[in-house]
Design a protein around this ligand. Structure first.
Ligand code: AHR
Length: 498
């Protein structure tokens, strides 16, 4: 049995957790909308055509924001196509994903769905084929009370009260040549800055996210952030980061170390934001919105019929090692709670998602559903400064990978402390000694674990064996305890003040 030590300090906190770090994403892509959140013919559909079984699952995940409507989709989207009488809405060739968009679901339907799913919208505007004018009009349509062309149009469409959407993305992945209307950093920085200006003139209370690099591997990474922030710094509140990981080589040790690369990515973007702040002698701090992150590769290469409507697209079936990396990625985001204020697991239903549905049929929870649900429900409040000591190992792609990764969080009223831990090793049991340096009177009330699974084990519509269970409770003396952490496992140990 190997030994690890986790020392936590309540006095010094990494940062308060912005609940929006538990966001997710619904794009008009594959069966995320049609057959996912919206399926009027489904047995559980409500009067608006929303699947109630999906809403129940989304509620379990406790997601406070959902990014919409894309993704790559947004760069070719006319928001006007998706409002007004459904029978008058045009069908469009959707170039980002090579399908047909029926537009029977749009902004007002999504906003209604958000209310029913206990969430809010993070809206993206099209800065690919469109620009400041259409972005400004959409803010007016959504947020202006009445008495102007677009606010009155919303009222004519049956929505009396404004949606009051407070968080907006200025386009999507504009650095990528796959993007409709791809731009250079200068072109994007200028259009983002001018769009931001008029959007905030319509509603000064909105917050704006500048599109950063599509991933750490982009040749323009770094320079893109420097140039675009230089052009738009005063007008934006966040810069975005996107990152998906895969295990195409079947090298689990390297795969589970990829959260270390994510950590470097975050640190670098923080440095760039602060460099621009310094250069501009600005008092304002731009924070991070990691608004696309997940594992994505299982469905790569799947056949999609061109111009079909809502095909099976990007439907990854996740396995247990994916669940461990999702846990590690979200823990990495939380370790930067002082600067990462928003994050979106991409995506929410059917498309690289924790929730899977069958058309007119069943539903199941993917392996990655559980660590996200645990962190979203139990890692609320603040992340504590902590120190972990354990053995390290190397892989083909990384060196000095800690066997164990842990974080600790405390609730706002300081009555609940939760330790989250991943054991990356396939064959080593660990004793994790938790030492609460300046906390006392806590007892363990629950140890949830996901352990005993093979790396490739997964769930499907017929059988879903990969799920959490309860482990025996460790004994505490109020401030210290030894916890048995099984090999290759995900753990949530909840303490409450006696
Ligand atoms: O989430 C799937 C796609 O990944 C999004 O549309 C795009 O922004 C990213 O490349």
């Amino acid at each position: 049995m190997r030994k690890a030590k986790l020392s936590v300090v309540n006095e010094f906190k990494v940062g308060k957790i912005d609940p929006r770090i538990y966001g997710s994403f619904i794009e008009h892509l594959g069966r995320a909308v049609y057959g996912g959140i919206y399926e009027p013919t489904h047995a559980t559909a409500d009067e608006d055509g929303f699947r109630k079984d999906v809403i129940d699952e989304v509620r379990k995940l406790n997601v406070p924001i959902v990014r919409y409507p894309g993704g790559n989709f947004v760069s070719g989207y006319n928001w006007e196509d998706g409002v007004g009488p459904i029978e008058e809405r045009p069908k469009r060739l959707e170039l980002a994903w090579g399908v047909t968009e029926p537009n029977s679901f749009g902004t007002n339907e999504f906003m209604k769905w958000c209310k029913k799913a206990d969430t809010t919208c993070m809206m993206a505007v099209n800065l690919g084929l469109r620009g400041p004018e259409e972005a400004r009009n959409l803010v007016e349509y959504c947020n202006h009370k009445s008495g102007s062309y677009y606010s009155d149009l919303r009222i004519k469409h049956g929505v009396k009260e404004p949606h009051n959407i407070k968080l907006w993305c200025l386009g999507n992945e504009m650095d990528g040549d796959w993007q409709i209307g791809h731009k250079t950093a200068y072109e994007y920085g200028r259009i983002a800055s001018e769009s931001a200006k008029v959007m905030k003139w319509v509603d000064p209370d909105i917050e704006l996210v500048l599109s950063g690099s599509s991933n750490l591997g982009m040749k323009t990474f770094g320079d893109w952030e420097l140039q675009t922030l230089d052009l738009a710094y005063d007008k934006v509140d966040y810069v975005s980061l996107h990152q998906y990981y895969d295990n195409k080589t079947g090298d689990t040790d390297s795969f589970l170390a990829k959260s270390m690369a994510m950590d470097e990515f975050i640190k670098t973007v923080i440095c760039i934001c602060d460099t621009v702040k310094g250069k501009k002698h600005s008092k304002k701090q731009v924070n991070l919105s990691f608004d696309e992150w997940n594992v994505w590769y299982h469905s790569n290469g799947d056949y999609v019929e061109r111009w079909s409507v809502a095909p099976h697209q990007l439907e990854d079936y996740y396995n247990f090692e994916d669940a461990l990396l999702v846990a590690l990625m979200l823990m990495t985001l939380l370790k930067h709670a002082d600067r990462v204020k928003i994050a979106c697991l991409a995506q929410l239903v059917n498309v690289i998602a924790p929730i899977m549905t069958e058309n007119n049929g069943g539903i199941f929870e993917q392996t990655i559903f559980y660590p996200f649900m645990h962190l979203s429900n139990y890692a609320r409040g603040s992340v504590l400064l902590s120190n972990v000591t354990c053995d390290k190992h190397d892989s083909k792609e990384f060196t000095d990978i800690p066997d164990m990764d842990c974080i600790a969080t405390v609730s706002d009223d300081e009555t609940e402390l939760t330790v989250f831990a991943v054991n990356r090793c396939k064959s080593e049991d660990y004793t994790l000694s938790v030492n609460m340096l300046d906390l006392d009177g806590f007892e363990a009330v629950e140890h949830i674990e996901m352990a005993g699974f093979g790396a490739l084990d997964g769930n499907n519509f017929v059988s879903a064996p990969v799920k959490p269970s309860l482990a025996p409770l460790p004994t505490t003396d109020g401030r210290a305890c030894d916890i048995h952490i099984k090999p290759f496992s995900w753990n949530v140990i909840r303490f409450k003040k006696k």
